[in-house]
Design a binder for this molecule. Structure first.
Ligand SMILES: Cc1cc2nc3c(=O)[nH]c(=O)nc-3n(C[C@H](O)[C@H](O)[C@H](O)COP(=O)(O)OP(=O)(O)OC[C@H]3O[C@@H](n4cnc5c(N)ncnc54)[C@H](O)[C@@H]3O)c2cc1C
Length: 344
């Protein structure tokens, strides 16, 4: 890495003016990296620090809260043009900030935006990148080694990032532990005024379209209907899709559903899929293997339907229905269509 002072950057994930919990998980990971680095080579890291970098508008009050999560300072590029994500613009802004502050590495949580942003940025910085990381360590000579799942989670790949540049690393949200806020400390917020007009941008966002609820990403939807092997391959998830339509929810599945190609991989919930925390989750014909529940245990209200009264999924359910999905769900759909979900 280029900088002798271990200044770790984390990218602030925010939505509708609120900092998302993944940011706190990143702060904890950055803290872990600093501690490890300090143990490995005291002389480099006595003044290591964590900087949160935010791009957006109207975030001042939220950013002041970051002191409670061990973050030392915030670099805030504010502007109406940055209120909505634009990959090319965000990458250019981050490059400019990187050139000014020269951090040692940049951490982001892996999501739809950062899977676009991280490679753009790494390519502008001409540096190394690893995405979807589940673990990383730092060695005595400050090389970072990162691990990520491949082949749908059956294999793990290990990478070594040379210390010659500032690597960009995206971490899967399910390894970002929720952290408790400590007492808030005053943190320095450095406002960076950046004029997007100075960049020779080749792309322009011309329109933002709302997605239909059933097309929403499962980690963004308020209501998710998930199906497992118990729904049956032949039935092709029809009943799940019908329930999703009547509830205006998104559709997800367990690994067997993805392996059967009934849903694309980005709709897999779990350890090697996505971590979701919707307001309402239906788990239909799902046993509740640890690899699945890791991805849904933060859901607010869970309704599980399973023929086996001993199924593990019931430990996570607020409402447990012992029965066949193909008998239970048509009746649920009928009632919802009659009376609406909240009047059942
Ligand atoms: C490294 C690794 C990573 C993995 N990552 C993931 C991951 O990210 N996500 C994931 O989901 N899995 C993952 N898995 C797989 C995981 O271990 C389980 O095999 C998987 O979650 C099981 O899916 P399931 O519940 O759909 O199927 P099953 O475990 O087969 O359960 C089916 C359930 O349906 C019930 N059932 C059957 N018929 C009916 C019916 N008519 N009505 C109601 N209920 C019925 C049964 O009683 C049973 O409980 C991973 C595995 C490994 C090794």
């Amino acid at each position: 890495m280029s900088s002798d002072k271990m200044n770790i950057w984390i990218l602030v994930n925010h939505r509708q003016g609120t900092v998302e919990k993944e940011t706190y998980g990143l702060a904890a990971e950055a803290q872990r990296l600093l501690t490890m680095s300090k143990q490995n080579s005291e002389e480099y890291c006595s003044d290591g620090k964590i900087t949160a970098v935010a791009l957006g508008a109207g975030l001042d009050a939220e950013l002041k809260q970051l002191g409670a999560y061990g973050i030392n300072s915030v670099v805030y590029a504010e502007g109406q043009e940055l209120a909505r994500y634009n990959g090319e613009l965000f990458a250019e802004v981050l490059l400019k900030l990187y050139e000014k502050y020269k951090p040692a590495c940049i951490l982001m949580d892996h999501n739809t935006e950062t899977s676009d942003l991280a490679p753009r940025l790494a390519s502008l910085m001409n540096t190394s990148i690893v995405t979807r990381v589940i673990d990383f360590t730092i060695s005595i000579n400050r090389e970072i080694a990162a691990t990520r799942p491949v082949s749908s989670g059956y294999l793990f790949e290990k990478f070594k990032l040379e210390r010659t540049s500032c690597p960009v690393i995206t971490l899967l949200p399910n390894v970002l532990n929720e952290t408790e806020a400590a007492e808030n400390r005053n943190i320095e917020i450095i406002n960076e005024k950046i004029d997007p007009g100075t960049f020779n941008l080749k792309t322009k966002v011309t329109e933002i379209m709302e997605a239909a609820p059933e097309d929403l990403e499962i980690d963004e939807a308020e209501i998710v209907i998930s199906g497992g092997r118990g729904v049956g391959k032949e039935e092709s998830l029809d009943i799940i899709t019908r329930l999703a339509k009547s509830l205006k929810g998104s559709v997800g599945g367990t690994r067997p559903i993805i392996d059967w190609q009934l849903l694309p991989f980005e709709r897999q919930i779990g350890q090697t899929g996505k971590v979701i925390s919707p307001r309402l989750l239906f788990a239909c014909g799902i046993s509740g293997a640890n690899e699945y529940t890791t991805g849904m245990e933060k859901s607010r209200l869970v309704v599980a339907i399973n023929t086996d009264p001993g199924a593990r999924i019931f430990k996570f359910a607020d409402l447990s229905v012992i029965g066949d999905v193909h008998e239970v769900l048509p009746r649920v759909i009928e009632k919802i269509e009659e009376r609406g979900i909240w009047n059942l």
